[in-house]
Design a protein around this ligand. Structure first.
Ligand code: NAP
Length: 308
């Protein structure tokens, strides 16, 4: 089969599109014929070696964690998933394997989805929607009526966070660049701030909760708009929480954990057409390097997919 792999830590120019042996499944794995896989900024961080203390890679490493496809075989101990089932999954980042024609995934990381849905776009769900869900409902425990500011509302995580917070009855403000203001409004944000031309810290309503995937100055300046007792959930990188504590703000760095239950919850919302999966661009698997170039350049508006 064909797969996009790296043979050492490096840059996107080190990605190779190669003929490799089909994966062999373990007793508790399922073998999935990949219909689409989604890029995440984490794929680039893994490739560069930035995350090697958490996720040490073994080479050659097949890139990609988020996939949608059809089960073609199951290990002897797998229950509840059968060949022919349509599924989505987020593989363990250390294992990767999504940017390939076939992927072996532990059954505990797989969620079945309705056969009626367009399968490819569902590949955009696992990391982005899973992180948004974990940030809003597990870390911040948002409640109806709360004021929530979501940075990067047109991004992978942000586009799901805007929708999920709106569905939960929050008053959502988001930041985005000018080209994406309409999109983020349509996803449910009551107010969208053009972060390149407006000062969000001056015009955002006081927030009960801020979800931040940007970090740095954006994260620091967000402290000024959160009410005492409010929450700041940062996802871009671990940060010093002391300044937040001094203002009575509960700040935490969130590290997304794969969870099939959470995946099933977001997939169910997509099935009911209550959660839109914004797909920016799709590339053939052979053009994975071009897909990464777009990810790094920015401006894709939603998820970037590769299709075997
Ligand atoms: N900790 C975790 O477990 C975890 C989980 C998921 C993601 N993350 C991290 O979160 C970050 C975002 O991930 P993603 O998948 O959402 O990325 P993405 O899909 O590439 O989206 C990035 C978004 O950032 C926006 N943006 C850039 N600069 C901005 C600024 N100064 N203010 C507001 N928005 C800005 C861009 O908006 P425009 O296009 O409108 O300019 C773009 O939509 C990455 O660093 C990723 O590694 C961490």
């Amino acid at each position: 089969m064909r797969a996009a792999r790296i043979h050492a830590y490096g840059t996107i120019d080190d990605i190779r599109f190669e003929d490799v042996r089909e994966p062999v499944i373990g007793l508790d794995d399922v073998l999935v014929r990949v219909e689409a896989a989604a890029l995440n900024p984490m794929d680039n961080k893994l490739m560069a070696g930035y995350l090697k203390d958490f996720f040490p890679l073994a080479f050659p490493y097949t890139l990609g964690t988020d996939l949608a496809g059809t089960v073609v075989a199951t290990g002897a101990l797998v229950a509840g998933i059968s060949p022919g089932d349509k599924v989505i999954a987020r593989t363990d980042p250390t294992a990767g394997g999504a940017f390939a024609e076939l992927a072996a995934v532990p059954a505990r990381l797989v969620a079945r989805v309705s056969p009626d849905l367009a399968l490819a776009s569902l590949a955009g769900l696992p990391t982005a929607a899973g992180s948004a869900w974990q940030a809003l409902f597990e870390a911040a425990a948002i409640r109806p009526g709360q004021s929530v500011l979501i940075h990067a509302g047109a991004g992978g995580v942000g586009s799901f966070a805007v929708q999920l917070a709106s569905l939960a009855g929050a008053h959502v403000t988001a930041t985005a660049s000018a080209a994406n203001l309409d999109l983020v409004h349509a996803l449910g944000a009551k107010k969208v701030i053009d972060y390149r031309h407006e000062d969000f810290a001056a015009i955002s309503p006081t927030a009960d909760v801020v979800i931040d995937t940007i970090g740095g100055e954006t994260l620091e300046r967000s402290l000024g708009i959160i009410r005492p007792g409010g929450k700041l959930i940062g996802l871009s990188a671990p940060f010093d929480t002391e300044a937040a504590k001094a203002r009575g703000i509960d700040a935490q760095f969130l590290f997304h954990q794969s969870d099939a239950g959470r995946l099933a919850a977001v997939a169910a919302l997509a099935v009911e057409d209550r959660l839109q999966i914004v797909v920016g661009r799709q590339f053939p698997l052979a053009d994975t390097i071009d897909a990464f170039r777009l990810l790094l350049k920015g401006g894709a508006r939603g998820k970037i997919l590769v299709r075997p």
